[in-house]
Design a protein around this ligand. Structure first.
Ligand code: NAD
Length: 478
């Protein structure tokens, strides 16, 4: 594969490449250019040159291009999904869904952008402007760099690229080094639909390279990042010098709180639906199971039984429930995290087993609120640590004792308890009687505390990727 710079398919200037490996089979999927600072700078210069004409293009014409794009993507769902399955080890049906979600996200943002109304300041509101009319319009920021993680390469690309393009920005996309192929195919289709080659570009390579470049360049107006808190924090620091807008969607260690009156079968279905999804590599999946002591054992028993029935295997075969983690290194790291949690006193009820990049669903009980996993240790695998509580206040305290705050779940039959919890939990989303692995394109998705800065969704992102200009018609009423 090649990178996409200024309308051309090119290798890295250095000629360096690396292999992309299918984590399920160990086979080479493709050879990927290892982009470096000079490649990014070249793309940023092309973006600066191309963006003004794109911003000037009538909005309805940009919309036509986006609708042409989603029609093209729908013609290529299968090949893009197969590429995503091979490079990321994600179940094939989930990959197909992700491609269709991309179409929905692009179309919904395009529709929402039709309603980005400006403001008219109330007439004669103050003496010194009483003969003036002041109104506002939204203008693009310029060039936005989007950096996305491996776990939802297509959907998260859509959440960033769609609002940026429709509002007239240029985009330089940097996919995760483990998952560059599907997003490259999707970017080529944007060109085919009519987005100019300097307006939409894609550079592959290591995250470190783009991080170094962003510390130096003056050509980027905003960075939209989804990934780990550690990298997000470094991007915020490097953007400070340039007063660069930096939007961050970061990690999570979200609580799933079960009160004694909850429907335990529903708890099990929702817990597994969220945590086994994408083999446990989901930012907003519930990751700490905070269960009332009176139902802890019953929940654990039902959970172990249901998880034992899951089939692990090649994600290209739809008969399998779970595929591998993104690579063997990630699987080794997840097992080390599990060993650490056990060292701190947890008891294994199921799993704690790895083969290659596959990690079996693991249930740990007797997890103390002092255990690292009960606080800030985010584990990217289908891990269910069970922590017990006695009172509402204790449950809330454990739920909030983390520096993260992405999503949360409360399971109870009592809406008063649910609403009390939802209003007190420190998280960007609270799902009542459902897994925290929950996202609507319209909601303002994002995190409290170290889980992020800014929000993504049609109710909010269009304002984030634009700036509001005031136009004053002085003395027009005189
Ligand atoms: P990561 O931070 O290692 O990588 C994310 C992206 O950043 C990749 O494209 C990577 O190449 C790039 N990158 C790495 N180092 C960089 C640097 N120094 N400068 C600039 N870019 C750099 O994260 P990951 O392992 O791919 O993803 C897992 C993490 O992402 C988890 O913490 C998860 O919770 C989080 N995540 C958050 C959301 C959300 O919406 N909040 C969604 C998905 C994943």
């Amino acid at each position: 594969m090649l990178m996409l710079i200024n309308g051309q398919r090119v290798p890295a200037a250095s000629g360096k490449t690396f292999d992309n490996i299918n984590p399920a089979t160990g086979e080479v999927v493709c050879t990927v250019p290892a982009g470096e600072a000079c490649d990014f700078e070249r793309a940023a210069l092309a973006a600066k040159a191309a963006q003004p004409a794109w911003a000037d293009m009538p909005f309805y014409k940009r919309s036509e291009i986006i609708y042409k794009y989603t029609a093209l993507v729908r013609e290529h769902v299968e090949e893009i999904a197969q590429a995503a399955c091979a490079e990321g080890g994600k179940r094939i049906d989930e990959c197909r869904d992700e491609v269709l979600t991309l179409c929905m996200v692009f179309e919904t943002f395009t529709e929402a952008a039709h309603h980005m109304y400006g403001n008219t300041i109330p007439l004669k509101a103050e003496a010194r402007t009483e003969n003036d009319i002041i109104f506002t319009v939204h203008e693009p920021l310029g060039t936005i760099v989007t950096i996305t993680p491996f776990n939802f390469p297509i959907e998260l690309y859509a959440h960033k690229v769609a609002p940026a393009l429709i509002t007239g920005n240029a985009v330089i996309a940097k996919p995760a080094s483990d998952t560059p192929l599907a997003t490259t195919m999707l970017t080529e289709l944007l060109w085919e639909a009519g987005v100019p080659g300097g307006v939409m570009q894609l550079i592959t390579g290591s995250g470190r390279e783009i991080g170094k470049w962003l510390e130096e360049t003056k050509l980027v107006d905003a960075v939209s990042f989804t990934g780990s808190t550690e990298v997000g924090s470094s991007l915020l620091a490097s953007g400070a010098k340039e007063i660069r807008r930096t939007f961050l969607e970061l990690g999570g260690n979200d609580p799933f709180v079960i009160f004694p009156d909850a429907d335990l079968d529903l708890c099990v279905t929702e817990a597994i639906g969220g945590r086994a999804h994408n083999a446990g590599q989901v930012c907003c999946a519930s990751k700490r199971y905070i269960v009332h002591e009176s139902v802890k054992d019953a929940f654990a028993e039902k959970l172990v039984k249901a998880l034992s029935a899951l089939k692990l295997g090649n994600p290209a075969d739809p008969a399998n429930d779970m595929g591998p983690l993104i690579n063997e290194k990630a699987a080794v790291a997840a097992m080390a995290d599990i060993a650490h949690i056990i060292d701190q006193g947890a008891t294994v009820l199921l799993g704690n087993k790895r083969e290659g990049a596959y990690v079996w669903p693991t249930v740990l009980t007797d997890v103390s609120p002092e255990n690292d996993v009960a606080k800030d240790l985010e584990v990217f695998a289908a891990l269910f640590p069970i922590i017990s509580f006695r009172t509402f206040d204790e449950a809330l305290q454990i739920a909030n004792q983390t520096s993260f705050g992405l999503a949360s779940t409360v399971m109870t039959a009592d809406m008063k308890t649910a609403m009390k919890f939802a209003t007190k939990v420190q998280a960007g989303t609270c799902v009542i009687n459902g897994t925290g692995d929950y996202r609507s394109v319209h909601q303002a998705f994002g995190g409290y505390k170290h889980s992020g800065l800014g929000r993504e969704g049609t109710s909010t992102t269009l304002r984030e990727v634009t700036q509001e200009k005031n136009i004053a018609l002085k003395n027009i009423l005189k």
